[in-house]
Design a protein around this ligand. Structure first.
Ligand code: 3PG
Length: 400
């Protein structure tokens, strides 16, 4: 696909109307204060580059999942406009009802406006051609920099890319794809993945897709409990999905046929209840009692996995291996996090809980690449094509 940087190198943005689809879908508290602004920060380089290149810059994003055609105060990007203006060091006016071009007639080169929540427009979610064409008419150049929304075929992420005079990938989208390509396309081996979370069912396609590629698949959380059942171990009253034990067995078999491994814990941290004050007991897996809940991997398992991490050439991390929000069940995740931080491997991490663990154990600077994508990151791991990326590729192929 065409990259924004290519257009800038050709001096193709001077005086042009540039429409940037970013993912500024950030968490807010009840009072509307932004509680985490990583995605806004990550969107700044594209906007700044377009400003510097002399473009008239329109930026838009969705925020939450509003009902189309029913704009409510909490759907507004107003707090985002304020934060973006602070980060850019220039005014960012928020434009309402912009789809037909109202208020966008006299933009100046170097000016930045934010177009109100794109998802309140009729047709955005269902990728209506009519809306996509209207948005395409607003611009000379369309830039998609919204990796976090790349798995959605919506009018502002997909349809518009078919109709805009020029369509390009922004630097964040390109960097995410480059990092994921490096990790899964032609990885330095051994390739090790950590896939953890409460349910096998929600990550089954990822596990199956990675089972074909990785040398070492570390499972954690409720997912590991289901794999322990598959290995014939007792897990007491731990969270698991017994109906997926056969799927877990199939993954273990497939991996072992390739000489790859799914390490099963040898010790675990148990509690009698799920609570922040629950007493934690380390047990060998054979000693797990009927009334035990497994809430973390044990120290012996964590040390063994840390050794495997130290030998890896590439690490893909999605999900904490224990209930790390409660300190007494955080040692497994902490040990693996520090091992990743110490490793020389190229590492990539993504997903909300994983990012929270990275922040908690203060290893942000030690991860090769931290994805801004939640669902998009997971769908890439599943081996799915991201529609917003595919359309940019076919535009580029068509124009050659
Ligand atoms: C996300 O937060 O994962 C993205 O912004 C996509 O949001 P969505 O799931 O509401 O499409």
């Amino acid at each position: 696909f065409t990259r924004l940087q290519d257009l800038i190198a050709q001096n193709a943005l001077q005086g042009k109307r540039v429409f940037i689809r970013a993912d500024l879908n950030v968490p807010q508290d009840d009072a509307g204060n932004i509680t985490e602004d990583t995605r806004i920060r990550a969107s700044v380089p594209a906007i700044q580059a377009a400003v510097k290149a002399g473009a008239k810059v329109m930026v838009t994003s969705h925020l939450g999942r509003p009902t189309e055609g029913e704009f409510k105060d909490e759907d507004s990007l107003a707090p985002v406009a304020k934060r973006l203006a602070e980060l850019l060091g220039q005014p960012v006016e928020l434009k309402q009802d912009w789809v037909d071009g109202a208020g966008l007639e006299n933009l100046q080169a170097g000016q930045v406006v934010l177009l109100e929540n794109v998802r309140v427009n009729q047709g955005e979610k269902k990728n209506s051609d009519e809306l996509a064409q209207k948005m395409a008419r607003l611009c000379d150049v369309y830039v998609n920099d919204a990796f976090g929304t790349a798995h959605r075929a919506e009018a502002s992420t997909h349809g518009i890319a078919k109709f805009a005079p020029v369509a390009a990938a922004g630097p964040l989208l390109a960097a995410e794809l480059d990092a994921l390509g490096k990790a899964l396309g032609a990885p330095a081996r051994p390739l090790l993945a950590i896939v953890a979370g409460s349910k096998v069912s929600s990550k089954l396609s990822i596990l199956k897709s990675l089972a074909d590629k990785v040398d070492n698949l570390i499972v954690g959380g409720g997912i590991a409990n289901t794999f322990m059942l598959a290995a014939g171990l007792k897990i007491g009253k731990s969270l698991a999905e017994p109906d997926l034990v056969e799927e877990a067995k199939a993954i273990i078999d497939l991996m072992s046929k390739r000489g790859a491994q799914v390490p099963i814990p040898t010790d675990v941290v148990c509690a009698k209840e799920f609570s922040p004050t629950a007493a934690a007991t380390v047990k060998k897996v054979a000693d797990v009692a009927d009334d035990d809940m497994i809430l973390d991997i044990g120290p012996e398992t964590a040390a063994l996995l840390a050794e495997q991490i130290a030998k890896a050439g590439t690490i893909v991390w999605n999900g904490p291996v224990g209930v790390f929000e409660f300190d007494q069940f955080g040692n497994g995740t902490k040990t693996l996090a520090l091992a990743i931080a110490d490793s020389k491997a190229f590492s990539i991490a993504g997903g909300g809980d994983t990012l929270a663990a990275i922040a908690k154990y203060a290893i942000t600077d030690k991860i090769g690449y931290i994805s801004t994508g939640g669902g998009a990151f997971l769908e890439f791991l599943e081996g799915k094509t991201l529609p917003a990326v595919e359309v940019l590729g076919s535009r580029a192929a068509g124009s050659q």
